[in-house]
Ligand binder design. Structure first.
Ligand code: MG
Length: 408
């Protein structure tokens, strides 16, 4: 059977997700705000037509599109729909790569009629029916080609291109910068050689491409020529480091507030460690101050851990080292590295089994309560100075709590 790769990308996903639960937003210019409500992080096609760009501050957007409707982001809802879309694609494909919250690659296998074009249309239709989100689906011989096709077919496109002549027509029309991974600097290296379109790149000498763009570029060359060299990763590669943190919104010099942020970031980091089933071997706390200074504290754990009580004992002195008294702090990052798979983590021989059992029971209870009643419903009392952050449901999920990249 002929094999192919599919690429599925939701059309203006955050806006489409808002429209799923609010019909009023359909057909109207809609902008989704992030970053404490200051910037447009996603916009509908109607708002784009009015000249509003992604990342534009709200005050500029209001000038260009005063009739627009601006809503605050709700990543928790977007993640719910993302999971539903993934489930639909999994019904059509044995292997699906969750590439980002609204983008998947999948192994495409045509139905009994042998048509990839119909497969693309069916998946698009199934997602609209069952999730309510419009998506674009591209199918090709490789993932790089599939993504180029779906980018071209947006919005609400479904297109399968598998023969070389049609591929070449497509490649000839697209500048090389449309290939993910070839931005300004790489494109500048290609242009002196007359490589401007995707077809130029596909027809260039492979060794030249390798010398200009390293092995990454060579992989793209193969992909553009129909050799599928980047297989679908239905399991994510393990991470080298995991981190949580970001801006406080409002700068602070109060130690209790800084400590509250430390605990909040630690609770978020532990969720991530648990999700990836890894334990941290080293932790770093970085605090950035408004005057441009920054402080860092780092500690290595004797035994890798993912438990709140153990990690808190480690990060507390790190914060003390990163703290500059009376300076106004604006950001904090908490980074875990030297990660090991949890199943390979040895027990700490110096800890009493009773203490360990108790801490694990507490952690388990916390997970269960939060899974049932909402994230952070049960959390450390040290986070009390941040009550307003927890009251605002829009802060339940921050941008970096969404696994995978941000989508547009
Ligand atoms: Mg998208």
């Amino acid at each position: 059977m002929l094999k192919a790769v599919g690429h599925l990308d939701a059309d203006c996903f955050y806006v489409s997700a808002e429209r799923v639960r609010d019909d009023f937003l359909r057909g109207k210019p809609v902008g989704v705000l992030g970053n404490q409500g200051a910037c447009v992080i996603a916009k509908s096609y109607e708002m784009k037509a009015a000249g509003v760009g992604t990342g534009m501050p709200i005050w500029d957007a209001l000038v260009r599109c005063p009739e627009g409707i601006y809503v605050k982001r709700d990543f928790r809802w977007y993640e719910v729909l993302s999971r539903q879309m993934l489930e639909v694609v999994q019904q059509w494909s044995p292997r699906v790569e969750y590439y980002s919250i609204d983008e998947f690659f999948f192994a495409a296998e045509p139905g009994p009629d042998g048509s990839f074009q119909r497969l693309a249309e069916r998946i698009r239709g199934a997602i609209l029916d069952r999730v309510g989100v419009p998506v674009t689906v591209g199918i090709a011989r490789t993932r790089t080609l599939a993504k180029l096709i779906s980018d071209m077919a947006k919005p609400f496109g479904a297109l399968a291109i598998l023969d070389r002549r049609a591929e070449e027509e497509l490649l000839a029309e697209r500048p090389v910068t449309e290939i993910t991974g070839i931005a300004g600097r790489r494109a500048a290296r290609l242009s002196p050689w007359g490589i401007l379109t995707c077809l130029d790149l596909a027809q260039a000498d492979r060794r030249l491409v390798r010398s200009l763009l390293t092995a990454t570029g060579e992989a793209l060359w193969w992909e553009l020529n129909g050799e599928d060299v980047r297989p679908i990763q239905s399991r994510r590669p393990s991470h080298k480091a995991l981190s949580r943190g970001g801006s406080f919104g409002e700068a602070t010099h109060r130690p209790t507030v800084l400590y509250a942020w430390l605990v909040r970031n630690l609770e978020r980091l532990i969720e991530e460690l648990e999700y990836h089933a890894v334990a941290a071997g080293r932790l770093t706390v970085q605090v950035i101050y408004k005057d441009g200074r920054s402080g860092v504290g780092q500690a290595t754990l004797p035994v890798p851990a993912d438990r709140f009580d153990v990690l808190l004992d480690v990060v507390r002195p790190c914060l003390r080292r990163a703290w500059i008294p009376r300076a106004l702090a604006s950001h904090m990052h908490l980074i875990a590295d030297n990660l090991t798979a949890r199943r390979d983590t040895p027990a700490d021989l110096f800890e009493s089994p009773a203490r360990r059992a108790r801490a694990e029971a507490v952690a388990q209870l916390k997970r269960e309560v939060n899974a049932r009643h909402g994230r952070f419903v049960l959390r450390s009392a040290a986070t009390l100075p941040l009550a307003s952050i927890y009251r605002d449901t829009a802060n339940e999920y921050d941008i970096c709590d969404i696994r995978g990249k941000i989508c547009f």
